[in-house]
Design a protein around this ligand. Structure first.
Ligand SMILES: Nc1ncnc2c1ncn2[C@@H]1O[C@H](COP(=O)(O)OP(=O)(O)OP(=O)(O)O)[C@@H](O)[C@H]1O
Length: 265
């Protein structure tokens, strides 16, 4: 049963340029889908279109069905309710998503009070639990810290806690580890895999990096120039890609990493 279904999603700018051209894929409840392609292929625009957060002037057509409800035709007020509560996002740069003037505790508690109707102390207790879920150390200190007082990895953990606060059905992660150094990247990827597994959240993982996607995703949607090249699985691609473009991504990944041959995860 699919939780999120993108059908014929097309995005055009005000001047008529086509940014996305008939993108279709679906994500099963609790599934993990990797959206991959080189820079400019339309991965981020797909994620932003799903959330109704396209840049000013861009228009999306087609449909984005979340449990059967089309988000593209939802009135702005209802879409705001869905965003965060049912579909949440973790971005590349953890600082841009965090408010620099508010403590982590208040930022995590915000959506809990807004979407889950919790009182102050209940929200604080739940924020504590969420920080433990994302393995933040010294939780009380973190809750009373401002974003700049945390390390990059801790900030991304805090973002993840915030994204999971409303128990979303779908988590969109757009290059969430690119801004972090290599060891921290690996930790955050492990954490993400563990957390979506434990919470049963479906994951859309956006990346240009096939080895990274292969660690986390089962299904794979390969994009190029705003269109889908192929919808496949990580396992199938590691055994040999059908499309020449996917094979190119695989070959270049193998040239720089130890991506296994013929096995997945
Ligand atoms: N604000 C904007 N106005 C017009 N075109 C844009 C805007 N932002 C992005 N684009 C164009 O949309 C296309 C898709 O960009 P998108 O950011 O989705 O690619 P991407 O696959 O996520 O790449 P990257 O990995 O570099 O983030 C690109 O051709 C890009 O130039």
């Amino acid at each position: 049963m699919s939780v999120l279904e993108v059908r014929d999603l097309t995005v055009r700018t005000a001047s008529g340029a086509t940014i996305l051209d008939g993108v279709s894929w679906s994500l099963d409840a609790g599934g993990r889908l990797g959206l991959i392609g080189e820079s400019g292929s339309g991965k981020s625009m797909t994620a932003l279109a799903i959330l109704g957060l396209l840049p000013e002037g861009m228009r999306a057509t087609g449909s984005v069905l979340l449990d059967g409800t089309d988000l593209l035709t939802l009135p702005a007020r209802e879409l705001r309710r869905v965003r965060g509560a049912q579909v949440a996002m973790v971005f590349q740069e953890p600082l841009t998503a965090l408010d620099p003037l508010m403590t982590i505790g208040r930022q995590i508690a915000g959506p809990l009070r807004l979407h889950r109707g919790m009182g102050r102390s209940e929200a604080r207790a739940e924020a504590r639990r969420l920080c433990e879920l994302v393995a933040l150390p010294d939780v009380e200190r973190v809750l009373d810290s401002f974003p700049w007082q945390l390390s990059g990895g801790q900030r991304q953990r805090a973002n993840l806690a915030m994204a999971l606060a409303c128990r979303p059905r779908v988590l969109l992660a757009d290059e969430p580890t690119t801004a972090l150094d290599v060891t921290v990247q690996a930790e955050i990827l492990d954490l993400l895999a563990d957390v979506v597994e434990r919470t049963g959240t479906a994951l859309v993982f956006v990346s240009h990096d096939l080895p990274v996607v292969a660690q986390l995703a089962e299904d794979l949607v390969v994009m190029r120039d705003g269109a889908v090249v192929e919808s496949t699985t990580v396992r199938a691609v590691l055994g040999g890609a059908r499309e020449a473009y996917t094979q190119e991504l695989l070959d270049s990944a193998r040239a720089v990493t130890r991506l296994p041959e013929g096995t997945a995860r």
